[in-house]
Design a protein around this ligand. Sequence first.
Ligand code: NAP
Ligand code: G4F
Length: 320
Amino acid sequence: MPTALITGITGQDGSYLTELLLGKGYQVVGMVRRSSTVTLERLEHIQDDIIITQGDLHDQSSMVALIEEFKPDEVYNLAAQSFVPTSWSQPLLTAEATGLGVTRILEAIRLVNPKIKFYQASSSEMFGKVMEVPQRESTPFYPRSPYGVAKVYGHWITVNYRESFDMFAASGILFNHESPRRGLEFVTRKITNTVAKIKLGQAKELRLGNLEAQRDWGFAGDYVEAMWMMLQHPHADSFVIGTGETHAVREFCELAFGYVGLNYQDYVIQDPRFYRPAEVDLLISDPTKATNELGWTTKTSFRTLVEMMVESDLKRLSKK
Ligand code: NAP
Ligand code: G4F
């Protein structure tokens, strides 16, 4: 039975990846940082099937100890300070966790067992003010937030360990992926949660920032499969993962409100508080390399994703 160590197991992607790996017969070990409250909400249904252990991206010795104890065959580094606006208010913490944290885990692997396969959760935020449309593996990076800058560091240190130490270090450049388990502060979930509240009479309006920003949104359940596929590939490489389609925040609103029979224009208020110091205006992927070399393609349409998220929030909030 292969063993996988997942950092960031309590997050959106961590929960879907855990389900996938359990289904493939892996023993799954999840690294969780110490908290005074329980953070295992997304894993409640599979908690008995996995090993949860403490560790932190800020603490190298905790990661060395985990790798020594559990001897993983694969390490998936999903942990990060992942919310872009927070990266302007906490730039150093973001650099430490999202950037330097990658070197700490790579070093832990190199010191304990350099044969372990490593996956780094890189991001389309690295393309920022895009230099090419659509974006592919060779598109130059131009990050627009401290988060994007930290992810560029994480990506290049992964490539560097691959080239310097011949380690199997893969980097997945994933475009935005969402689900009913998405954090409530990200725009998609903020929209679907508030749409459900408005429909149920629990809210009256939805305050948003830039409605014109365009994103390539896919379903997180499809994307974790690409992570696993990258580690089964004959050699470590970097891959862009996305749908190849882009939609504006405004369009997401239109579909989500429309699904419950409402017009978004009656409820959405643009609020300067949610504008960013520097915006990423347009993201759209070219996932050809992943399709050709990994056999990966997205399975869930944009409409299905929006409807799945609204449905789930309606169900959850009606129970309260
Ligand atoms: P998420 O829901 O925000 O989860 C982040 C995870 O990182 C949580 O488990 C969090 O733990 C953990 N974490 C944060 N700081 C940590 C630290 N210092 N030590 C240990 N764990 C720490 O993010 P996600 O959407 O699942 O994304 C997973 C990864 O993919 C992230 O690296 C993200 O930057 C990257 N990514 C995401 C997308 C996307 O669209 N979702 C796209 C490209 C790349 P707590 O539960 O304790 O907070
Ligand atoms: O949902 P968002 O906060 O995601 P963002 O900034 O694209 O970052 C996400 O995707 C990245 C991949 O490209 C990940 F690496 C990262 O970890 C994260 O998962 O914002 C999407 C867009 C932005 O252009 C933002 O300005 O929505 C716009 N927006 C408009 N109103 C808003 C809001 N975003 C948020 N969070 N809240 C708003 O009220």
